[in-house]
Design a protein around this ligand. Structure first.
Ligand code: GMT
Length: 382
């Protein structure tokens, strides 16, 4: 197939999933065109079968806001038309699903059909999409996509309940590439960071409010009173200044390392003992899955799609949002019990295997084929 992928090219989960999906499809022989405003962070080399089309919007003194959607739609029309795409797969409803609808309409006027698949990732439905600023267009564009997928059962239900959607939404879970995410021997690195055998806690995110990163520091403060430990913080974002302040207030600056945005996350996961994810909302929790693939158990909240990924008392322990006492106790329960920690590490890997790229990507391929078939044969989408 000849597939166009639209996504946010940043470190966010939706862009990561979209890029990894495109790379995997290309390895399987499909032609994949990424259409984004910047080269996606996980698409940095030359790859056979991968094409990259950059969207640039034109500034003009009249514009207070550059009309990015119009620029993206025009670029997509060209790419579909000249590269003869079979399907357009847009990740994150806002604004991509609405732009895809515009593209379909423009091409329909020329007698061309382009099937559109939209994948919902989370905040496009929960935090942002349900705000009345965007809600009516989000609902319309979900209904007018030819195929819609959601990354968890939770997100599917949330979409149906929030927007009163009646059309079919297929759950296709996020996935993990075990060629990259696996436990590797980095003991020398661990000894360097934790020379006295301190346990290593890790968190990775974009440090936005929804991630409740301050709870990570609170949990660590409680844990480090009872067990010598280090905290690795991977990522960056708006909450970082407050986190740094908290480290100083708690006198923990020597035990907390801010590592910034990292490409080789798997190397840091390889030396970690537990992953902390105290999010206020999480449609799936790709970061948790990446940790589990590297045999790191997850201490998380029980919100959103997290219980579908992190299995209570097996791959990790789950608490209510904001209950740092419980999260700290859960962390200690694992860190102070070697047998339990090993058992959970093994279980984490076993559970991650269910989300292997080899199991999930074929589900997208089948869904593409079905969607193309429906559109070309003129079957109604709803
Ligand atoms: O929350 C983020 O870190 C970014 C966000 C995004 O849309 O890029 O992530 C969402 O999509 C990920 C990939 O499907 C999911 O694993 C995350 O759970 C989801 N984030 C939220 O629902 C808050």
């Amino acid at each position: 197939m000849n597939i166009g992928i639209v996504c946010y090219p940043t470190f966010g989960g939706s862009g990561v999933v979209a890029t990894e999906l495109g790379l995997s499809l290309a390895r399987k022989g499909h032609k994949v065109h990424f259409i984004t405003y910047k080269r996606p962070v996980r698409l940095q080399s030359f790859y056979q079968n991968i094409y990259y089309h950059e969207v640039s919007s034109m500034s003009y003194p009249l514009f207070e806001y550059e009309p990015y959607e119009t620029a993206l739609a025009s670029k997509l029309v060209e790419v579909v038309r000249y590269e003869k795409l079979d399907l357009l797969h847009v990740h994150y409803a806002i604004p991509h699903a609405a732009v895809a609808f515009m593209v379909k309409s423009v091409l329909a006027a020329e007698g061309l059909k382009i099937p559109v698949v939209t994948t919902l990732h989370g905040t496009d439905i929960t935090l942002v999409g349900n705000d009345r600023t965007y809600a009516s267009v989000v609902k319309f564009s979900i209904n007018s996509s030819d195929g819609v997928t959601a990354v968890s059962e939770y997100l599917k239900k949330k979409t149906v309940d929030t927007f009163g959607i009646e059309r079919e939404i297929k759950v296709i879970y996020n996935f993990i590439d075990f060629d990259r995410f696996k436990k590797v021997d980095k003991d020398h690195f661990k000894k360097m960071l934790a020379p006295n055998g301190e346990k290593i806690l890790v968190h990775t995110s974009n440090f936005r409010k929804v991630k409740r990163v301050q709870d990570v520091i609170k949990v660590f403060e409680k844990v480090s009173k009872k067990s010598p430990a280090l905290l690795l913080l991977i990522g960056d974002g708006p909450e970082r200044p407050r986190m740094e302040e908290m480290c100083r207030e708690y006198g923990l600056c020597d035990n907390i390392r801010f590592l910034g945005k990292q490409n080789a996350v798997e190397e840091l996961l390889a030396i970690s003992d537990v992953f902390i994810l105290p999010s206020a909302d999480e449609s799936f929790g790709l970061a948790a899955l990446e940790a589990m693939a590297c045999e790191v158990p997850v201490i998380s909240t029980n919100i959103g799609g997290l219980p579908e990924v992190n299995i209570r008392n097996k791959t990790g322990l789950l608490s209510n949002v904001g209950d740092v006492e419980s999260m700290a106790n859960n962390t200690l329960e694992l860190l102070l019990n070697d047998a339990k920690l090993s058992e959970f590490k093994k279980n984490a890997l076993e559970q991650a295997n269910l989300f292997s790229i080899n199991a999930i990507v074929p589900q997208y391929e089948r869904f593409y084929e079905e969607t193309i078939e429906k559109v070309l044969s003129g079957i109604a989408i709803n």
